[in-house]
Unconditional design. Structure first.
Length: 73
């Protein structure tokens, strides 16, 4: 939110929230979808995410990104 980037949660954490059933396990990652609107924000977002991730980082993040030009990674 500090970068003004829309982010959405999907996958097991979202299913658990929506259904009230247990989908998240101790080894589950968090699936995130980012949609930055400018390339400068893409670069800042990647740098911020890199600072959060490292060996043993918990929870693990699994990110998808919709790029400003319509592409996705």
């Amino acid at each position: 939110m500090a970068l003004g980037v829309p982010v959405h949660v999907f996958g097991s954490l979202a299913w658990q929230h929506w259904s009230g059933q247990e989908y998240v396990r101790p080894g589950s990652d968090i699936d995130l979808l980012f949609a930055p609107r400018r390339w400068t924000v893409v670069e800042r977002l990647l740098a911020e995410l890199q600072s959060l991730c490292g060996p043993g980082a918990v929870p693990r993040l699994d990110g998808e990104m919709l790029l400003p030009d319509g592409g996705a990674v």
